[in-house]
Design a binder for this molecule. Structure first.
Ligand SMILES: Cc1cc2nc3c(=O)[nH]c(=O)nc-3n(C[C@H](O)[C@H](O)[C@H](O)COP(=O)(O)OP(=O)(O)OC[C@H]3O[C@@H](n4cnc5c(N)ncnc54)[C@H](O)[C@@H]3O)c2cc1C
Length: 428
């Protein structure tokens, strides 16, 4: 791993905006800020080093998972000029099929019928995180964003001018500590954020006592761009289309399991795992012929009690960490980041009074951003939090409710379109 600090553009101890954490949230926000507020200086500090070529990024965000990117998020990437390169690595979602194991009733959303919820003729697209990371970091190379990596922020102190950060180039205690003064500090350091704890930002948590089992599977036949959401007795499963690789039809599996089931499943040899998966998922995607290495992610809902203060904003997992079953976490974050960059750009362009002495760190400006984002956050967080218990339950009443919900979706075009637009992040 390359230990030299990758530092581009000006070397300075001051910046307008410092983003701590270069995962999906931080890297996306840096791109959006450089697009909407090109006159501001932005520094992105990431604890891990970046390789000389962004091809093998080893950041937690860009691991073996895949991300379902909704139509609204594709639109945002398109505005950044990234749609063409994203398209090369992504599999389009042309249909979403929702079904409940043990019941014949299901619902589907078709791109051709839900054009109001589509971008470029698709309901969304699925990209492997390992492909998304290099794409974002390559795009950052063409901006004036100052990328500092490895750069671990070890302390922050809020002051009259914004925030002062202490950081060092690496995790070695003997590395020299440096300071950076920012008018706005954006914390994007992920779930269980130590920086938030140090700043006294409390979180509310609901532990689902479950794991998301994640792996890539090989299919005998083409998935045809179908994203499957399947609700089973052992928890909800999503099987998302991936681009073909070396002639193999592939899909990304996210299977929500109880802790005991996860341990048992993760220990199975590939053949046994496939047999069990096929039995539970059924044959809607045809025969499953391969399964990659299985990874587990503990599931909880974690919400920061405050997201803005003067000189401070939280984005990404440290602001809200959601159940992944509905594929909403990153999509919501991207809309937050887009909203924040636009709010700052708007205030700058209008020389608005709220863009006063503290510039991007001005409290009125940050509260305006927060008010504009609250409705979407409440809807999306509520949606992601209510679905898992409903669909994980074996209770007759909840089973009846979910069948009624699927029936509504299957029969009512207006409801279906509303659902599709909400899931696509276009319903606002
Ligand atoms: C199984 C699973 C499947 C998912 N699928 C989807 C999906 O299909 N669609 C969707 O929209 N969302 C999905 N999500 C959600 C999505 O993964 C998150 O929204 C995303 O990971 C947010 O990343 P982040 O940048 O906030 O945090 P992280 O990925 O944790 O990044 C934080 C970064 O901060 C750095 N850092 C930490 N501390 C410091 C420090 N002190 N100094 C400097 N750097 C620091 C870390 O090294 C890291 O790179 C899924 C999540 C899970 C768990």
């Amino acid at each position: 791993m390359n230990k030299k600090v990758v530092e581009k553009k000006v070397d300075s101890t001051q910046t307008d905006i410092a983003i701590v954490g270069g995962g999906m949230a931080g890297a996306s926000l840096a791109l959006l800020l450089s697009h909407h507020c090109p006159d501001l200086s932005v520094s992105l500090l990431e604890r891990h080093s970046l390789p000389d070529s962004a091809a093998t990024l080893k950041l937690p965000s860009f691991d073996t998972r895949a991300t379902a990117i909704a139509a609204g998020s594709l639109q945002i990437f398109d505005e950044l000029g990234l749609w063409k390169s994203l398209r090369e690595h992504a599999a389009p979602i042309s249909r979403v099929q929702v079904s409940d194991r043990g019941h014949s009733l299901g619902a589907s959303l078709h791109a051709e019928r839900e054009s109001a919820a589509c971008f470029d003729g698709m309901l969304g697209a699925v990209i492997e995180n390992a492909a998304l990371g290099p794409l974002l970091y390559r795009a950052l190379e063409n901006t004036s964003v100052r990328v500092l990596a490895p750069a671990e922020v070890t302390a922050v102190a809020m002051n009259a001018e914004g925030a002062q950060l202490l950081w060092r180039a690496g995790s070695d205690e003997t590395d020299e500590l440096k300071t950076l003064q920012a008018r706005l500090l954006v914390v994007a350091d992920g779930v269980n954020s130590p920086l938030c704890q140090r700043l006294g930002v409390a979180t509310e948590e609901v532990d689902y006592h479950q794991q998301a089992l994640v792996t890539t599977v090989g299919l005998q036949s083409d998935h045809g761009g179908v994203a499957f959401e399947r609700f089973t007795d052992s928890g909800p499963m999503a099987l998302l289309p991936l681009p073909r690789r070396e002639g193999i039809h592939r899909a990304a599996l996210v299977w929500t399991c109880e802790q005991d089931d996860w341990e048992r499943l993760a220990a199975l040899p590939e053949k046994e795992f496939i047999r069990h998966l096929q039995q539970t998922f059924g044959w809607r995607a045809g025969r499953i012929v391969r399964a990659g290495q299985v990874q587990g992610y503990p599931l909880k809902l974690s919400l920061a009690r405050e997201q803005v203060r003067r000189g401070l904003v939280l984005v990404g997992n440290c602001a809200h960490f959601l159940h992944p079953v509905a594929g909403q976490g990153f999509n919501l974050t991207l809309r937050d980041c887009d909203g924040l960059a636009r709010a700052i750009g708007r205030a700058m362009a209008a020389q608005a009074p709220e863009f006063g002495q503290s510039g991007p760190g001005e409290l009125d400006l940050l509260e305006t951003y927060w008010r504009e984002r609250q409705h979407d956050q409440q809807l999306t967080i509520g949606f992601s939090d209510r679905i898992p218990p409903l669909f994980a339950s074996r209770s007759l009443l909840l089973g009846g409710l979910r069948q009624a919900g699927l029936l509504g979706l299957a029969l009512a075009p207006a409801l279906r379109t509303g659902f599709a637009r909400q899931a696509a992040g276009l319903a606002l």
